[in-house]
Design a protein around this ligand. Structure first.
Ligand code: SME
Length: 304
């Protein structure tokens, strides 16, 4: 087992997120890298102690390598925001990665560089050795388990996705049949996340080459074939990247299978460096999908 200390804003929500990730063995909330001895929550809350609300994450590196855990961490923070996550402001809500094993530094640096490349301004996330850590009072441990309606700066879906991915892995087991796997994947996504339409299109033969052909899905009837580069699905195939569409009416060439669909996300499924299909999810509401859905659905398609 290994440990890493992650400051991701209010530790109530951050802990609840990490504890759901497969490969995380234990979590504990506390205060890291501050100046005074043995601080209480109330002292840290004054924002004068130098401490950051931090989660000690114990994980199994065999199932969950550090770089993957850190990418999941970045998914749950605004990495450009200094001393502010959600509505919570103050140095205690700064973001940081604090390591106790110097062998973790190059791994963390690499993920930092990867994330930094996505932005034009510098990341506000600290990357430092752990200086000190004091466990917070018992009432703050597993806070959102004890208080399911308690305050949280993170959206509810971020807690559902890690469970969805691990439930799917267990559900599929070593079943080799692709139709069986995709059918249950579509059913689980629809059931657990409540989307309007969830399903797959698979690259298959057509009269003039290849196109996306409707595969297992849950939801209303859908168009059966989509050309390369056509619609949202064909674009995700052609560009081999996840496409998030906040408003389908604003997406040129969007293929409207149902007039109820307002926003959409399409994630390519790749095998051997080639796109072999896509996962398509539609929502009946605008702006349903963002980087959180993209991150976790990209993890999900890897186990298909
Ligand atoms: N809207 C998709 C077509 C598939 S349906 O959403 C199920 C697209 O533009 O590719």
């Amino acid at each position: 087992m290994k440990e890493i200390y992650l400051a991701g804003g209010c530790f109530w929500g951050a802990e609840h997120y990490f504890r759901n990730i497969e490969g995380v063995v234990d979590t504990e909330v506390g205060f890291a890298n501050g100046d005074t001895p043995a601080p209480t929550y109330d002292q840290v809350y004054t924002d004068t102690t130098g401490y950051a609300e931090t989660v000690r994450v114990i994980y199994n590196p065999d199932g969950l390598p550090l770089d993957e855990l850190l990418r999941a961490f970045f998914c749950a923070i605004d990495p450009l925001s200094l001393n502010k996550q959600g509505e919570d402001e103050g140095t205690r809500y700064r973001t940081g990665i604090y390591y106790t094993d110097s062998a973790d530094l190059p791994i963390a640096k690499k993920v930092f560089e990867e994330i930094q490349a996505e932005y034009s301004s510098p990341l506000a996330v600290e990357l430092l050795p752990l200086k000190n850590f004091f466990v917070a009072e018992g009432r703050h441990q597993d806070y959102l388990v004890k208080n399911p309606d308690g305050y949280c700066h993170l959206p509810i879906k971020i807690f559902r996705y890690p469970r969805l991915v691990s439930d799917l892995r267990h559900l599929l087991g070593d079943e080799p049949d692709l139709v069986a796997r995709l059918s249950n994947a579509a059913a689980l996504i629809k059931e657990k996340m409540g989307f309007f339409w969830a399903g797959f299109y698979l690259v298959g033969p057509s009269d003039n080459g290849k196109e996306l052909i409707l595969g297992p899905f849950q939801g209303s009837v859908a168009c059966m074939r989509i050309g390369y580069g056509r619609g949202v699905c064909g674009t995700a195939w052609k560009e081999a990247r996840t496409v998030v569409v906040p408003d389908v009416e604003e997406f040129p060439g969007h293929i409207a299978c149902s007039s109820l669909s307002r926003s959409e996300i399409v994630v390519p499924i790749e095998r051997g460096g080639e796109v072999t299909g896509v996962l398509d999810i539609d929502s009946a509401e605008l702006s349903t999908f963002d980087h959180i859905d993209a991150f976790w659905l990209e993890r999900l398609v890897r186990i298909l």
